[in-house]
Design a protein around this ligand. Structure first.
Ligand SMILES: Cc1ncc(COP(=O)(O)O)c(C=O)c1O
Length: 389
């Protein structure tokens, strides 16, 4: 991996220490360039003609995303963000009153809110598997719940927004297969930073966003839909004229591939931007990105853990590029003032984003730092010194 070339491609990494890829990362120059060029076509031709002319470029999105996830282009649907992709998948599961939905304590806030909403509206029953002492999911408990309650849906967040934990999604995939449950995976924080192979994981749906570790534009995401889901003819609740053909006054026919989960109208400039971001990551290779990031993350976690008063909050036997910490004896405002003064870009996670996890950890806030492969070890060391004070 040529870090100098990568930093040259990344205008935003000059003159600051950008450590917020879990929030919204810095796109490579080529992403912005492709989007600008596409918008110029729209300026000249109008949106419909531009899309026709650039169909091959738009299809790159499906091809590169399929390469990233180890599936076929026909398994991929474009979405406006991860939550949008997730909601479309969730709406396709035939949930009835009294059905069980099994999840974890570490699933994403908006997913948890959607489950509670389904509880209120449909009367589903929500189950959450326990964690082990070290933060990992308790797979025995997960399997017991699956066996006993035969959930209509298992939904798991690969990497939570609020901690460095990586959940064992392959082991959960095996349990789902054994007990024949639909499996929806939120891979919003994992795509782009580590291998995410839908065949190995065995999920039926996978939702993700463009702007985080994939370094795509805002307002983009995607949904992976397995062949089993397509063959079972599951469809989103609010399917539109892209997802289905209107055949008679009272009937429609769904698309055979994952386009069944798309809406007719998109920002094609954004699709092209996301296609380029994924192409860029595939070309460097996720393995190279992951290997480059490992020492950065280890140095950061070890360095922070060595500072008086700092609690590194990340749990689990496998950890990700998301590093969260709390510093005792300092107000959040003051911590933020210090980081901002030194041009360190980060984000804050509040207790209300992670009620279950932060209640257990006994903190109201955490600073979240999320390096990526355009960062350097020098930047990480400097950040540790700044936080040390
Ligand atoms: C784990 C996880 N899932 C889902 C989302 C939602 O993504 P989006 O804002 O693209 O809908 C986030 C955003 O932070 C996230 O961290």
């Amino acid at each position: 991996m040529d870090i100098n070339a990568i930093r040259k491609d990344c205008k935003g990494c000059e003159n600051k220490i950008f450590l917020n890829s879990a929030g919204s990362s810095l796109p490579p120059r080529s992403v912005v360039g492709k989007m600008e060029a596409y918008l110029q076509f729209e300026e000249e031709l109008g949106g419909y003609e531009a899309a026709k002319l650039k169909e091959a470029d738009i299809n790159v999105f499906y091809e590169e995303t399929a390469k990233l996830l180890n599936c076929k282009p026909g398994n991929i649907a474009f979405a406006y963000n991860a939550t949008d992709a997730y909601a479309r998948a969730l709406s396709a599961i035939p949930l009835n009153t009294g059905d069980y939905l099994l999840t974890t304590n570490d699933d994403y806030i908006s997913n948890q809110i959607a489950f509670i909403s389904l509880q209120k509206r449909v009367g589903i029953k929500l189950l959450r598997a326990n964690n082990l002492e070290n933060g990992d999911i308790d797979l025995n408990h997960f399997e017991e719940l699956t066996k006993q309650y035969k959930p209509a849906l298992v939904s798991v967040t690969h990497i939570p927004t609020n901690s460095g934990l990586v959940q064992d999604v392959e082991a959960i995939g095996e349990i789902c297969k054994r007990y024949d449950c639909w499996y929806l995976l939120d891979a919003c924080q994992s795509v782009g930073q580590m291998e995410v192979d839908v065949k190995k994981i065995g999920c039926d749906f996978l939702s993700a966003t463009g702007r985080k570790f994939l370094r795509g534009p805002r307002g983009t995401g995607f949904l992976y839909v397995s062949d089993e889901v397509l063959e079972a003819k599951l469809e989103p609740l609010f399917i539109d004229m892209r997802g289905a053909d209107w055949k008679t006054a009272d009937s429609y026919q769904i698309q055979r591939d994952a386009k069944r989960f798309e809406m007719w109208e998109f920002s094609y400039a954004s699709v092209i931007g996301l296609a380029e971001a994924i192409r860029y990551a595939n070309q460097i290779s996720i393995k190279n990105i992951y290997d480059y990031n490992l020492p950065l993350i280890k140095t950061l976690r070890d360095g922070l853990a060595g500072i008086d008063g700092v609690m590194v909050l990340d749990k689990g036997s496998v950890k990700s590029n998301i590093v969260t910490f709390h510093k005792n004896g300092i107000e959040l405002n003051e911590m933020e003032r210090i980081l901002k003064k030194e041009k360190v870009f980060y984000s804050v996670t509040k207790k209300e984003y992670a009620i279950i996890d932060f209640t257990k950890k006994g903190v109201d806030w955490a600073i979240r730092i999320s390096p990526h492969y355009f960062n350097t070890l020098e930047e990480i060391k400097k950040t540790i010194d700044i936080i040390h004070g």
